[in-house]
Design a protein around this ligand. Structure first.
Ligand SMILES: *Cc1c(COP(=O)(O)O)cnc(C)c1O
Length: 427
């Protein structure tokens, strides 16, 4: 499933069975080291496809940064998922997936499969991915210098932030950035064409690295277990408010809950792209074109992972609504939230986390006694223009980012034309 990405019938892979976490992992989690927690969470899904010692190293390399739980007051906590190399939560999934693929390229029957496709240049996989901002950087960083893997990233010219652009255009080696004169949807359409191009797929082993891939999706369960490890009041499990776009992250949370993690409720915190909040209200799923917002990584009009959530709840909307609610927050309220959080607590939220905070506030007001966590999915420095204006001061740049700005951008500029992409890939 990791190698193929999408199932042959164009559906999404989902575990046939959801493993149940053992009692010790839930009740004595505070005394278990982070890497061991992550290993125990993911191992049942990996089975014997990767040997234990290798899997443990993969998990260790994936989580080489902390995931702290930061209290804003006694009821609201921020789970900081932005301490990875590209300052967004996608680092965990991208790092895990790249290392699994790296293992599969070298070992086992999959190596033979890949070898059969790619006769010319030995065993290599080409990861092809379109990004609206954060995916590209995380994938570039996660796959950088991984042997046997080439990465081609398409991004819309002028539509990603300067930090985001630097993160995907300055690495070099096996990472290739294509700057497309068009929108994210154009990039996505070109990538889809490449995957459907039978001739091309005879010559190249193409794979994708978006959250459809199980190896990016499943390790996101780590966040929820690590939050539980740090949760101060185990008699009152947390509400999780998850800033959602393609719904991969929240879907991983629901899976963790299904496997036994104590969670009181989930909130899908959406921006103006409100397809799922409307669905929970009306029972009608009506995908739309995405609209542009401040929280750009959540600008998704047809969230693919929602299909997995429906599957987890066996397509029973009633039981789904007991565990999951959804709310849409506009840019004006997002800005107001960033201002208010900063004023009341001194904490600087990014636009995505702020959407999560608003929904959590509303939920706690309506359900007194509950306490919760919003996932702070990106570092505010990734969105300096918006955030600095709102809080009225500069955001301190984390030390590991300072080198980025002096690096040279290397991207090939192409038109929104599939033939241009095709000939690039064939070269
Ligand atoms: C990708 C992303 C999201 C949305 O996550 P999904 O899993 O697609 O729902 C939220 N916030 C940030 C900062 C992101 O990069």
């Amino acid at each position: 499933a990791t190698i193929k990405g999408q199932a042959p019938d164009k559906g999404l892979y989902i575990p046939a069975e959801i493993p149940i976490a053992d009692r010790e992992l839930i009740h004595e989690i505070a005394s278990i080291p982070d890497h061991e927690i992550a290993y125990r969470v993911i191992q049942p899904y990996v089975g014997d496809t990767i040997p234990p010692d290798q899997l443990f190293s993969i998990v260790k390399e994936t989580l080489n940064f902390p995931i702290p739980l930061h209290p804003l007051n006694e009821n609201i906590f921020s789970l900081e998922l932005f301490h990875g190399p590209t300052l967004a939560f996608k680092d965990v999934g991208a790092r895990f997936m790249s290392r699994c693929l790296g293992y599969f390229v070298k070992n086992g029957p999959t190596a033979t499969t890949i070898g059969q496709v790619d006769r010319s240049s030995g065993r290599t996989i080409t990861i092809l991915v379109a990004t609206s901002g954060d995916t590209g950087g995380a994938v570039a960083n996660g796959f950088y210098d991984v042997e046997g893997i080439n990465v081609v990233i398409l991004y819309p010219s002028g539509k990603v932030s300067s930090v985001q652009e630097k993160q995907l255009t300055t690495l070099g080696k096996n990472i290739h950035a294509l700057e497309v004169k068009g929108t994210f949807d154009d990039c996505q359409a070109m990538v889809k064409k490449a995957f459907a191009d039978a001739e091309l797929n005879k010559k190249l082993f193409l794979s994708s690295a978006n959250s459809i891939n199980v190896a990016r999706w499943l390790p996101q369960q780590f966040y929820y277990f690590l939050a539980w490890k740090q949760w101060p009041d185990t008699s009152n499990p947390p509400v999780f408010s998850v800033p959602s776009g393609n719904f991969g992250n929240i879907c991983a949370g629901l899976l963790a809950w299904r496997s036994g993690l104590p969670v009181s409720h989930f909130i899908a915190a959406c921006n103006a792209n409100d397809v799922i909040p409307l669905y929970l209200q009306t029972g009608k799923l009506a995908p739309k074109h995405a609209v542009t917002t401040l929280s750009n990584a959540m600008d998704v009009g047809d969230p693919s992972n929602f299909a997995r959530i429906m599957e987890i709840f066996q397509h029973d909307l009633g039981s789904l609504k007991k565990q999951l609610s959804a709310e849409s927050v506009n840019d004006k309220d997002t800005i107001e939230a960033i201002r208010k959080i900063h004023l009341d607590t001194g904490y600087t939220a990014d636009p995505h986390g702020a959407v999560g905070w608003v929904c959590l506030e509303h939920f706690i007001q309506a359900n007194p006694g509950r306490k919760g966590i919003f996932l702070e999915t990106a570092h505010p420095v990734k969105f300096p223009d918006a955030v600095e204006k709102i809080i009225g001061k500069k955001i301190e740049i984390p030390i590991y980012l300072t080198g980025l700005f002096s690096k040279e951008k290397k991207a090939l500029c192409i038109n929104k034309n599939y033939e241009d992409l095709r000939s690039f890939l064939l070269q």
